[in-house]
Design a protein around this ligand. Structure first.
Ligand SMILES: Cc1cc2nc3c(=O)[nH]c(=O)nc-3n(C[C@H](O)[C@H](O)[C@H](O)COP(=O)(O)O)c2cc1C
Length: 301
């Protein structure tokens, strides 16, 4: 056990740092030592391939990114036959597979296939997708659906089940409690916040689809507040993300109650972000003789 060791549900990880789904490719390990991460979270996969949304689908705003990638991914079959063997081969840290479905049955089908595969430490359920059984309303906004989804999926796996929550809800507490009651081992938050940008001169949306997902430094206070709220509502651990760029940002999230932090947009700005975070955090812990347990959730009001 090192001072950086953190516990995330069933997993004991060597570092409390990870990467946010969809923002970090395994190729980035050319720049940093992967051991600075406690785990690697891959881009969300879906049952069938998705070619994503029309371009432009990425816009750098004043304080972060607006994206509308649209879950572009190779689909479950190709992931299992091509991506997964490569990840198994190259990864030296636990792999968390992020996936999403359009119905509870589809989530089950994907997990059942992944259960037959080795080299997976856990799953991150991306519940920001519209639910076909629920008039297209995203899974993540309905506590009852989240509860049902978690109960069903947790009954078919012994691996870590992480539920990744959307911030685009009225009461994050109700959703977090539903995930916990459904048996989720931990929670990850936040996914992107609805955002839009328009060229003031031409009136044209910067994103082809209009509204996209806003991430980066601009959403940090929102992510911090939601982390604090969720951490005070549930007993299961939290992986926090949303505008974390530096080790100082990460510390704010640990004080607020996160057991782990993930870097997202930061990876596009500086591919060395995770390594720098690891170095800065470790130096801070050593200087103050803290272990992770001394700071997680110890924010003073
Ligand atoms: C380009 C891009 C692609 C993303 N793709 C995914 C994805 O496939 N699955 C997912 O759960 N979140 C995805 N996200 C959301 C991030 O994982 C993260 O939750 C969000 O960006 C907030 O963190 P950040 O402010 O550090 O970027 C994506 C974000 C960006 C910017």
């Amino acid at each position: 056990m090192s001072i950086m060791t953190t516990k995330l549900g069933k997993l004991t990880l060597d570092s409390p740092i990870t990467v946010a789904s969809g923002t970090f490719d395994i190729e980035n390990f050319h720049f940093i030592n992967q051991k600075c991460l406690g785990a690697f979270v891959c881009k969300t996969i879906t049952r069938y391939p998705k070619k994503g949304n029309p371009t432009p689908r990425l816009y750098e705003s004043e304080a972060g990114l607006i994206n509308s990638i649209g879950l572009q991914n190779p689909g479950l079959d190709l992931f299992v036959h091509e991506n997964l063997p490569m990840l198994r081969d190259k990864l030296e840290v636990p792999l968390i597979v992020s996936f999403s479905g359009s119905s509870i049955a589809e989530f089950e089908e994907i997990m059942a296939t992944l259960e037959t595969q080795s080299g997976i430490a856990g799953y991150e359920l991306n519940v920001s997708c519209p639910n076909v059984d629920n008039e297209g309303i995203a899974f993540g906004v309905d506590p009852e659906v989240i509860h049902q989804l978690c109960s069903r999926l947790c009954s078919i796996t012994r691996r870590e089940v992480i539920v990744k929550l959307t911030p685009n809800v009225t009461d994050i507490t109700a959703i977090a409690l539903a995930a916990e009651a459904g048996g989720a081992d931990s929670i990850a938050l936040i996914n992107t916040v609805f955002g839009m940008a328009i060229d003031w001169k031409t009136g044209r949306s910067r994103i082809k689809k209009g509204i996209g997902g806003y991430s980066g430094i601009g959403i940090k206070p929102i992510a911090l507040a939601l982390t604090y709220k969720a951490a005070n509502a549930v007993k299961i651990p939290i992986t926090a993300m949303g505008g974390i760029y530096t080790w100082e940002d990460a510390l704010e999230f640990f004080w607020a109650g996160a057991s782990m932090v993930a870097l997202g947009t930061a990876n596009f700005i500086d591919p060395l972000s995770a390594a720098k975070l690891q170095e800065g955090l470790s130096a801070f812990l050593i200087e103050h003789r803290y272990s992770m347990r001394d700071i997680i959730g110890k924010c003073i009001l």
